[in-house]
Design a protein around this ligand. Structure first.
Ligand code: HMG
Ligand code: MG
Length: 292
């Protein structure tokens, strides 16, 4: 059974661009975010990698649309304070069950990462700031290989218990299939209500749409995606290719599942960013319709 509607969370401005080695001008980032919000996509924005060095300027220049959330990813209290100073009112935090990935991505072990998150949470909850939680490498890690569902579920539960309003489960290197993701989600569901779970798929192995469809059948109704299929994680080799927003929207339309997203406007936003960064879109829908 499928839900009648899903919430899509656009991560293109952050996860999409964080892997670009050539600096994307501030104007282009701001314009991309405006175009995505115009297409009806809520989205996630800046964080701390060189590509995001202009995150304050981007956030300050946004013309915010009512009803759209503009959360910023923050790794520590320092990032939280900086984000707040430039007017961010919703944040996202991230961790993982993999010790090696945690160390590479945030320069600390998992216990320290959870402690940092606890510190951020106590400030954020006190400030009335909503916090989205990400768990990365949910079934596989580029350094450690297999990650057990119970280890991922334990971390997801911790983030939920700390007060995250939503937990995004990230198959960061795209190794999952319905065969591993469905049992994983079923395990996490024992600890976190399914309506609080999002799935964050990468299409590295071509499994993303199949995974999303399978996971939706377990009750998940929130899907992360990235315009043009841009993105990856700079600290996870092989993490290229978030699932493309255009392809997810097309799939949902075909299933009669509401997204509230205007596909032609989204295709235009994809064309805009791909031309500006000199990349070919990895959205099949964009190629098929000649939009990119
Ligand atoms: P560290 O080097 O251990 O930090 O990095 P530190 O506390 O030792 O500080 C070192 C320097 O960085 C100091 O400056 C700090 O002030 C500065 P210095 O005194 O040398 O001039 N610093 C900061 N500057 C700006 N903003 C800050 C900040 N914090 C410290 N927030 C740290 C530790 C966590 C900061 C670093 O490892 C880091 O930023 N990691 C984040 C990397 C990242 O963004 N990775 C991609 C995340 S996406 C993801 O994980 C997956 C996801 O997309 C979903 C999926 O696909 O699965 C969410
Ligand atoms: Mg990602």
């Amino acid at each position: 059974k499928l839900p009648s509607e899903v919430k899509l969370v656009e991560v293109g401005a952050r996860d999409g661009l964080q892997n670009e080695s050539t600096f994307v001008p501030t104007d282009v980032k701001v314009e991309l975010i405006h175009r995505l919000a115009d297409a009806g996509m809520p989205f996630v924005s800046p964080k701390w990698v060189p590509q995001m060095a202009d995150n304050e300027a981007v956030v300050k220049r946004l013309k915010r649309k009512p009803g759209v959330s503009y959360p910023a990813l923050v790794p520590n209290v320092q990032g939280y304070k900086q984000a707040r100073e430039c007017g961010v009112d919703e944040i996202a935090i991230f961790t993982t069950a993999s010790e090696t990935f945690c160390k590479k991505n945030t320069n600390c072990d998992v216990a320290t990462s959870l402690k940092r998150i606890e510190d951020i949470m106590s400030l954020a909850l006190g400030d009335g700031v909503k916090v989205r939680g990400y768990v990365s490498c949910i079934v596989g890690c580029p350094y450690e290989g297999f990650v057990s569902p119970s280890a991922t579920a334990k971390v997801a539960k911790k983030l939920y218990d700390m007060g995250c309003y939503e937990i995004s489960l990230g198959d960061t290197i795209g190794v999952g299939t319905p065969g591993s993701l469905v049992p994983l989600v079923n395990e996490v569901k024992l600890h976190v209500p399914v309506e609080k779970l999002a799935i964050h798929c990468h299409d590295t192995y071509g499994q993303a749409l199949a995974n999303i469809l399978a996971v939706m059948q377990t009750g998940v109704q929130i899907i992360d995606c990235s315009v043009g299929g841009l993105g990856g994680c700079p600290y996870a080799n092989g993490a290229s290719g978030n699932v493309s927003s255009e392809d997810v929207v097309y799939l949902m339309a075909g299933l009669g599942v509401k997204t509230g997203v205007d596909l032609p406007k989204l295709l235009e936003a994809g064309d805009f960013i791909c031309k500006n960064i000199g990349r070919k879109s990895s959205s099949k829908v964009a190629s098929a319709t000649g939009a990119c």
